[in-house]
Design a binder for this molecule. Sequence first.
Ligand code: 6MZ
Length: 359
Amino acid sequence: MEWWVSIPKIELHAHLNGSIRDSTLLELARVLGERGTILFSDVEHVIRKNDRSLTEVFKLFDLIHILTTDHSTVTRITKEVVEDFASENVVYLELRTTPKRKDSVGMSKRSYMEAVIEGLRAVSAVDVDFAPDNSQTRSFPSIDDTQIQTTRKKIYVRLLLSIDRRESTEAAMETIKLALEMRHLGVVGIDLSGNPIVGEWSTFMPALKFAREQGLFITLHCGEVPNRAEINAMLDFLPQRIGHACWLVEEEWRKLKSSKIPVEICLTSNITTASVSSIDIHHFIDLYNSKHPLILCTDDSGVFSTSLSREYKLASSAFGLGSTEMFQLAKTAIDFIFADDGVKKDLIKIFESASEKLG
Ligand code: 6MZ
């Protein structure tokens, strides 16, 4: 097994519908093609395509949502995505998804999320811990040292509910309320995402403020496009984490660094969508050298044909970081997860045990 695959890793920025296997998307497209809902030949090359602009990515998401939005498919993709992350030794996954209402298939935001939870329960290849410590539904007890050596592979999964930038304040508020009601099922926070050229910060701010007051953690897609006013407003909001941070100017870098807000870095996504023009000038290395908190993530492993192991390998080769530094980078992600201290302690044990094994 490649070293990048063998080390334990933590994934904090992964969109459910962006992380679907191509083979599953093609299978779903074929079925809808047979039913006459779509023209398979039109869709096939879009799914197989590899380089995509930011605009094309959001068109692709509209297509993916046509393919995946019924309850049993949502359950299936959740199961597969968790199994795929676990198979490359992701030991903690914060999976984010946008709760969707689709009247034509009797889907509400709540029933969409129930289908996601069903997917977590359906995972059979590994043990999944998805609910917090104090809940009746936690699937497995806290681990001890002997278990690390002997038990089946285990992955911790926590959920973030995403607000799509196309949504209204009321719709965003509905998502926050749902998140609060589903905390006992492992929902730990809220993400703001969607096409960055759509929507206004002022639409989402009231809902995000409410979420924070209620104790939910917040992560924002910030600076995926150059939008000075929004980047500043987001940094001033002081979310617990931000994703991307591609288009900050000098003064905003200073603000970010003094705020110490951890940044979820998605290298392949940023390069593919041309949010950053080339890997050698990616802000990863400046933030890393400044010891700013950061976490390597995939964003959309399906859409960008990547994996977390690949992102680690890419960072190592692009920025000349050795295995000790990369292992340490993977481990420090523990500090930035939204789950409770019990999970953090378990993760520390997992990394310590792996460090002894890998030498
Ligand atoms: C902003 C993104 C994104 O929620 O249906 N999403 N939002 N920037 C990105 N960078 C490329 N990648 C994904 O997963 C798909 C949704 O996640 C958001 C978009 O809103 C997309 O529709 P879910 O599971």
